[in-house]
Design a protein around this ligand. Structure first.
Ligand code: NAD
Ligand code: DAU
Length: 358
């Protein structure tokens, strides 16, 4: 594939995808991102100024802008990652999630369809629309239930996961109805460098280092399946190149951990890498009121992607988490850029009622 349109390429996972595509392929990458609070071009590193990287500040809610993108760049594949991605924000304000995740996806599908219908022969056969989605569409998993497979029925719990589920359905419908050659991936929780510090792992690292409470929702027993972001980006490239058209592939970390355990592991790493003179970081852990509709457990059965495409995660949770903690300790400048007034306002909104500052 010569020209790949990546949406959301200034976000956490999108920037990892763009960095890999620039470093490891010959493709030209058209990076379309609205640069919301979660998007930052500095997350691209040297890829940002690479001659094969073209940035377009485009809001996918704007249909005309999306159509222009396809006309100007004539991509032969789309990797669609742009989304509102934070569950807690979707509880505070669901509208943006429907607008970007549902209507934005529909705009892309319509523009991609018109573009693809204009192709003939090999170009038409080669075109792919790859929709990047989440394991949260499958909903709440009981402690003894088998992990989510591609056959698990959808049962989203939050406005975020409902909007992602709706977008998955649209993508599948565009394949069934119009024949658009689509791929869908549903992945578990990612962690790693450049993750916006509203999400569990970076939030805990920064709060600990700054001596603030570590707010664990509920009893901390909720389980997530953690995957290092570079492993996810590699899986996405494999699916795009070799995945079977019309298929869904689940991607996971083979790494189920309770939230409290994750936070304690972050504390242990910090106790070694940057010890506090007076206390162990675990002292800052505080149990706070739960997230409404909080899913107890996510876990992924990745046997399809393993069998068909030979993918497996490379990074272990322990080594990946240590790298991640070290990255946040070393990248104050990036943190200063992303922790804007908007970030501080969000922290106030989400934690004001929850946390008693120590
Ligand atoms: P993120 O919030 O870090 O980045 C999202 C990016 O999309 C940002 O750069 C933002 O500017 C951009 N964006 C938001 N609204 C936009 C709009 N209207 N138009 C154009 N750009 C817009 O998200 P992430 O964690 O990198 O997630 C990327 C994708 O992967 C999302 O679709 C998410 O649902 C999915 N996903 C995330 C995880 C995870 O653990 N983070 C796991 C599985 C799937
Ligand atoms: O499963 C994939 C999903 O993972 C992605 O689709 C989402 O985009 C991504 O944000 C992530 O969703 P989660 O809600 O699982 O991630 P988050 O980091 O917000 O929370 C992880 C767990 O930690 C969750 O059970 C809630 C809990 N938590 C989170 C925060 C922010 C806390 O206990 N305290 C907190 O302050």
């Amino acid at each position: 594939m010569k020209r790949i349109l990546v949406t959301g390429g200034a976000g956490f996972i999108g920037s990892a995808v763009v960095r890999q595509l620039i470093d490891e392929t010959e493709a030209t990458v058209i990076n379309a991102d609205a640069l919301t609070y979660a998007g930052n071009l500095e997350s691209l590193g040297p890829a940002r100024d690479h001659p094969r990287h073209r940035f377009e500040q485009v809001d996918i809610r704007d249909r005309a802008a999306v159509e222009r993108l396809f006309r100007d760049h004539r991509p032969d594949a789309v990797m669609h990652l742009a989304a509102e991605s934070h569950v807690d924000r979707s509880i505070e304000g669901p509208a943006a999630f429907v607008e970007t995740n549902v209507t934005g996806t529909q705009n892309l599908l319509e523009a991609a369809r018109a573009h693809w219908e204009g192709f003939e022969g090999a170009a038409r056969d080669r075109f792919r629309f790859h929709h990047v989605s989440t394991d949260e569409v499958y909903g709440d998993l009981g402690p003894d239930e088998p992990p989510f497979s591609e056959q698990t029925p959808y049962a989203p719990s939050s406005p975020y996961s409902a909007s992602k589920a709706a977008s998955d359905h649209l993508v599948r419908a565009w394949h069934q109805t119009y024949g658009l050659p689509i791929l869908i991936t549903n992945c578990s929780n990612n962690y790693g460098p450049y993750q916006f510090p509203e999400k569990l792992i970076p939030l805990m690292i920064l709060n600990a280092v700054e001596g603030r409470s570590l707010p664990v929702y509920g009893n901390g027993e909720n389980i997530r399946d953690w995957l290092y972001v570079e492993d996810h980006a590699r899986a996405l490239r494999l699916v795009l190149e070799n995945g079977r058209v019309g298929r869904t592939y689940n991607i996971g970390g083979r790494c189920e951990r309770a939230n409290l355990k994750v936070v304690q592991t972050v504390c242990q790493i910090l106790n070694r890498l940057c010890p506090h003179p007076d206390y162990a970081y675990e002292r800052l852990i505080e149990f706070v009121p739960d997230r409404p509709g909080h899913d107890r457990r996510y876990a992924i059965d990745d046997s399809r992607i393993a069998r068909e495409l030979g993918w497996a995660p490379k990074e272990s949770f322990e080594s990946g988490l240590e790298k991640t903690v070290q990255w946040y300790l070393d990248n104050q400048q990036w943190l200063d850029r992303v922790r804007t007034g908007e970030y501080r306002a969000w922290m106030e909104t989400n934690y004001r009622h929850r946390v008693m500052e120590k």
